[in-house]
Every structure is written in structure tokens, then in C-alpha cells.
Design a binder for this molecule. Sequence first.
Ligand code: HSE
Length: 438
Amino acid sequence: MKSINIGICGLGTIGAGTFNLIDQNSTIITQRTGREIRVIQVSDLIDNPACDLSSVDLSRDIFEVARNPQVDILVELIGGTTTALKLILSAIENNKHVVTANKALIAQHGREIFAAAEQKGVMVAYEASIGGGIPIVKALREGLAANRVQWIAGIINGTSNYILTEMEEKQRDFADVLSEAQQLGYAEADPTFDIEGIDAAHKLTILSSIAFGHPLQFDQAYTEGIAEITQTDIRFASELGYRIKHLGITRRLEEGVELRVHPALIAKKDLLANISGVMNAVMVNSDAAGSTMYYGAGAGAVPTASAVVADIIDMTRSLDLPSAERIPYMSFQPEHIQEEKILPVSEIHSAYYLRMDVLDKPGEMANISRILSEDQISIEALIQKEAHTSGQEAPVPIVIITDRVKESLMDHAIAAIEEIPDLRGRVTRIRVESLAGE
Ligand code: HSE
């Protein structure tokens, strides 16, 4: 049978990992596909010494790969959303199937890409865009295809999880751990994408659409990163039986879909609280299967290459199928993808961790409790520490865990607490999520 010819655009960390994995596991891959998969062309502006390119055509022009009549599948690993979009559209125009690891591109331009691909009858696959080596797209599109998904919650940014883990376990400094994550190849080219939650929001946007069948709506995702998390909050959370994790949560409710990425306290006994380092995990709660969880390396050359090559293998197996018989790009048939309201974060319900510094004077705690009760917010747990210096002018930290409440009410209560004259600084607020695998 004719071999399947691959062109790889971008020979960075994942590109080199993909090139080498296809070579290293070629025998077993052929045993599984029944056809040889050959990389015939690669393209990048600079060589990568991790790859032996002696037997492939090397081009400095990525668009040459998109036009190459010998290439069956173009693998886009250049990143970014401008040239990458042009490259993919050019490949589709030239009747090539496309595999990409580019979550930003799919989250922001997926609609245009899938529409173009559908018109041309070619496949576009993006397993590597979420959770590195974890086959979560496959699980949602195929393994759970009989289910109505209720919610998904995941640790989907390895860099943030690595930083939070090191901060908690080794009391390391944020900047120091971030620089290590960059050296290890976990962080995005622009690491603010990781620490501000943008990378996780790209991934969650895609997960939500595949799970619920609504169009990709990255611009509606609520995004908050880990840059404000301090050792103080990590310690207080621990004292209360929680760990701080950066989560992506999407949930279908009658009034709309929650699509939010932010740090959250989760009970130490919860499965997601025990995902450490660069590892990712996605928990899916659905009506028939119940809660299922998918765990693995969320970043790094070889795990991500595993997902890229899995897509190439899937495509190779489906090449001879008519388009209508292939798995739909976004899990639902295009005519069944329906607009859904994405709820603004002010409409979500959550429990909250609040930390504030107040002068050590009689009546301050009563003031705070009164404000919370006026907004119908009940207190679940409370820590008040004695002042480190004597005298009533010394501020003391107060930490409160509240019951679940609508976020707009919590916004109102925090604004009122921040008006208390004896409050020093602002109120720190972190959501508290209950994600037991029920
Ligand atoms: N920068 C990403 C992360 C890489 O840290 O998870 C994988 O998408």
C-alpha cells in the first residue's frame, strides 16, 4: 500500500519530538496502520541538532510544504496564529490533511479552519493541543460519545501546575520556578500565556465546544492566572485542608455554559489536588459514564509528539473513508453545533476563600460577618491569627471560607468589606471548588 507522506512545519521542541518519534517507532506504527508513514519534508528557519535530517528534504519556506504535491499530511508546529493560520488554510486549499498542536489557533480560528476543511473534504486533527500526551480529544469525541457531558474540570497548564507544586512543596520563588519551566520546554514562547491562564483558556475553549456542541468562543472565556498566588495563601489553604490549583472548568447549566479558568482551592483528598508538577489531568462528569479522569504529561517534546503521531495514525486509517463517515471535527455534526450563552463570571456560583488584614480592634470580625450575612453569605470556616506585634494598630490576618454563593453577591460583599476603615490593603479572593469524583 502507498506510504503516507508527512511534511512537518516547525522543528522546535514538539517538531523535533514528532520527527524522532515517527522514526523511532516506525515498525510498530506500520504494524498498526498497515502503511508506512514517512516524513518526506521538514521546514524551519533554523536546523534542530536533535534531528538527523540527512534523508529528508529541508525547506526554509513552510509554504513550500503546503504546496508540495507529494505531501499527504501537513503537520503544523510553528505556533502563533497569523502565519500558522495562513499555512493551514494554504495546506487545506492544496487538499492536504492537517495535524496541529496549536491550541491558540484552534480556539480562535477553528471555525474558519474547519469550514475550509469541510469544503475540501480534508481532515484537521488537534489532539496535541490539549493536555500533551493525554488522549482527551479522543476520549470526548469517541469514548464518551454516548454521554451528555455535565462538566469538565482540569489542570490543563503544566507550567502553572509545576510552579504551584514547587511553591507549595519547596517554598520556592515564583520567578525562579518559571525560569526553570521555560528551560525544560514546558512554557509557551510567551510565558505570560501560561501564568495568566490564556493557554489554559485556549484548551478549555476547545474542550467545552467538543463536550457541549457549541461553537468555539475563546473571547467569552473568563481567564485568571496564578501570578497573584502567594506563599501566604498556599499556607493558609493547607491549614484549612486545601491545595491551590489552577483549574479550567466548563459546566452546562440551564441558563448557559460556564467557561472559566482561574486558581482554586480544592480539598487535599480530591483527585485533582494530587496532580503534581508538569502533569495534567482532566475530569469529565457525564450522565452515563459518571466521572472519568484522564491523567498524563501535559507538556514536553515526547508526550506531545505522542498525540501528534496518534492523529497522523488516525488520519492514515480514515483516509479512504468518505468525509461523511469520518469523526466530526468538533465531535458534533456541523449542523448540530448550536450557539449557547457563555455565562459571565458574575453569574457563576462558587464557595470562596477570603483573606484580609484588619487592625486588631474589637468589633472588626463582627463587622465583616455582618457584611457577609447582609449578602446571604454564610461562613464555613475561619482562621484569625494573633498579631505579630503588640498594640491595636497591628493588622491581623483573617481568613474565611464561605458557603457557595453567586459571584455577583460576593463582589458586592468584598466591595463593602474594602470600605471598612481598619482594613489594610485589599481582600484576596480565591474560589473554592468541590470536585469530588461523584
Ligand atoms: N505551555 C503549555 C503548558 C504546554 O505548560 O501546559 C502544553 O500545552
